[in-house]
Design a protein around this ligand. Structure first.
Ligand SMILES: [Zn+2]
Length: 368
């Protein structure tokens, strides 16, 4: 099984001609749709390598591992020079990964100028993937919010390991109090924790942004939309919003990493809550409003995606399973809440703390 992971690297804007990259993206889009257009004032080498990708089933490699491909980012081959001096890939590839000098060279794709090269420091991420027997065969370049980026895709041949009997259950639904996870063996929960997103902080940031926006609206109605004050307010709103997004993203990255490590340590099988996104969206919207709900959902979905990517990369076996919190894991009867956040099944007598109920869904039922 081939596993993939990708990294996005921001390119120096002053060294990249965004108009040129946009043209290459348009050309890629055509190629992706099966057209071959030879543009006289673009380097033939770049166009050749673009159409070479057509020989590999499709330009998008089956759209795995990243959706960016279908947004017509320009696929690029790489030439790798390893620390021991050995080489792999096409010598004329536009992207050179030089591990001896720890530099990435991008040739002819940042500016339409013969022999134009942009050099970047080699990210530690790439070196780490290499040390895990991964290889970076492909890269893509493109624009995101009008900023130039290079994305590298590491590939690795991996077989999922045989689980040791431990199960790591990840309850995504309880994000309101953080993500919850439980480490289970047989019919015993050996550890349990709720952690993650600081919803209060995010809601706070968001409300601040909304307040500033209202003030901005008032200024606009007074015809003062172009004043220094209005401009400052606009910048602040933007900053508050992006801070909220960054906070969620950082939390997702941290937790995905932590849970992958935990699974590896116990050679556990991972069971991820198969979230009903629609009903979760409704719940969040009712509780926090539409915009914050969108923010929280994107954080959760990002977390699941990151987690799955990393589990695949390290060969951790995993599956999705619905982990209910209001249904009895033994007899599927509806649970009733009692004092002290305890859930009880009036049908079979099952009893557990409310937040831990989802974890019980992966327990081996004890014999009657
Ligand atoms: Zn029951």
């Amino acid at each position: 099984m081939k596993a993939h992971r990708a990294i996005l690297i921001k390119l120096p804007k002053d060294k990249c001609d965004t108009a040129y990259i946009r043209r290459l993206m348009a050309l890629t889009n055509l190629a992706y749709r099966g057209y071959e257009a030879w543009v006289p004032d673009l380097p033939m080498t770049i166009q050749y390598q673009l159409y070479n990708f057509k020989n590999m089933k499709s330009l998008v490699f089956g759209a795995e591992p990243k959706r960016w491909f279908v947004r017509a980012w320009v696929p690029l081959k790489t030439f790798r020079v390893y620390a021991d001096g050995s080489r792999k890939g096409d010598r004329n590839a536009p992207v050179v990964l030089d591990f001896r000098s720890s530099i990435i060279r991008i040739r002819q794709v940042c500016r339409n100028e013969h022999g134009y090269v942009v050099e970047l420091p080699m990210p530690k991420w790439v070196v780490d993937r290499l040390s895990e027997s991964g290889d970076v065969k492909y890269a893509i370049i493109g624009l995101k919010d009008d900023e130039p980026y290079l994305a590298l895709t590491a590939e690795r041949e991996v077989e999922p390991y045989q689980p040791s009997g431990y199960i790591l259950a990840v309850d995504v639904n309880s994000w309101g109090h953080g993500i919850a996870w439980g480490l289970v063996k047989g019919n015993r929960i050996s550890s349990f924790k709720q952690e993650g997103l600081n919803v209060g902080k995010i809601v706070g940031l968001y409300k601040q942004a909304v307040r500033r926006e209202r003030r901005l609206g008032a200024l606009k109605r007074l015809g003062l939309g172009d004043t220094v004050n209005a401009k400052r307010a606009r910048r602040l709103v933007k900053r508050l919003r992006s801070r909220a997004y960054r906070l969620i993203r950082a939390e997702a990255v941290f937790l995905a990493r932590k849970l992958t490590k935990k699974a590896l340590r116990y050679r556990a099988m991972v069971v991820i809550d198969d979230v009903d996104w629609e009903s979760l969206k409704e719940l969040f919207t009712r509780r926090y409003g539409k915009e914050i709900s969108k923010l929280l959902l994107s954080g959760l979905k990002g977390f699941v995606k990151l987690l799955v990517t990393q589990l695949q990369w390290y060969g951790v076996p995993y599956e999705f399973k619905r982990l209910y919190s209001r249904k009895c894991p033994n007899c599927k009867h509806k649970l009733t809440q009692q004092k002290g956040r305890v859930m009880i099944c009036t049908n079979c007598g099952f009893k557990a703390p409310r937040d831990m109920v989802p974890i019980y869904w992966v327990l081996t039922p004890s014999p009657p």
